[in-house]
Design a protein. Structure first.
Length: 245
């Protein structure tokens, strides 16, 4: 991680390559936005935080040209915080907790690697969307931002597999201990969470279960509120740990 202070300076560059990659603008600026799934009718306020000017400017240039993104300087309730972190040290985790818990923002984490010991910490911080830095194209960033703004989870497939494996290990270690708490999940909630764990979005879950999308959203809202869970990834982690899925 660079030692320069986190910066708020931005500049316009080509947005079709991963963060930190400089390319010549070839004028091919159409088509990416149209391919983004789940575009909303409202603009999503987004604030970018990075450890160095190049990374921050690169992310801003990727997002700026998409009409559904409203770039902001500060995070707050209703905003999506896009955090670029080279390493998930204690300072980075503290920033994540502050942004989600104290400032009321939703978080998208862009990072190069996550160690096994850090994975559950990130989920517990309230991060529901993670993008590998080498995959951080304009399309991928906007996709993650829109998912976070809806309260959906958006994890790379390999990371989701690691999360399931890690929580499963924790669950097996706790199996048989007396007094283990029960989440009391209803069968419908378990069905929805199982499909969330498989990476399906709200519309796909509704189709699989023959529910309306509103019903799926109500199920997720009800269980996350009742169990004090922060987002879908957090709900899946708890359901796995308690042996429901």
């Amino acid at each position: 991680m660079l030692n320069s202070p986190r910066t708020t300076t931005s500049s316009v560059r080509e947005s079709g390559t991963p963060i930190g990659t400089s390319v010549r603008d070839s004028g091919r600026t159409s088509g990416v936005t149209d391919r983004i799934s789940g575009i909303t009718d409202r603009r999503v306020p987004v604030a970018v935080t990075a450890p160095d000017p190049i990374s921050r400017e690169g992310a801003i240039s990727q997002l700026r040209r998409h009409p559904e993104i409203d770039l902001r300087e500060e995070t707050g309730p209703g905003t999506v915080a896009l955090l670029i972190e080279d390493a998930l040290d204690d300072a980075a985790l503290t920033r994540l907790r502050r942004i989600v818990r104290s400032e009321g923002a939703r978080a998208v984490l862009v990072t190069g690697a996550i160690r096994e010991s850090e994975l559950l910490d990130v989920v517990e911080c309230g991060v529901g969307a993670i993008v590998w830095r080498h995959e951080a194209t304009a399309h991928r960033l906007v996709q993650a931002v829109l998912a976070a703004s809806r309260g959906d989870g958006d994890l790379p497939a390999d990371l989701l597999g690691r999360l399931i494996s890690q929580v499963g290990t924790l669950h097996r270690g706790a199996a048989g201990r007396p007094g283990a708490p029960s989440l009391g999940l209803a069968p419908r909630e378990v069905d929805v969470l199982r499909l969330v764990a498989e990476g399906l979005d709200t519309g796909e879950i509704a189709g699989k279960l023959s529910y309306s999308e509103r019903t799926v959203k109500n199920v997720m809202h009800g269980l996350t509120t009742r169990l004090h869970l922060r987002n879908r990834a957090h709900a899946v982690a708890y359901a796995l740990r308690e042996g429901y899925i």
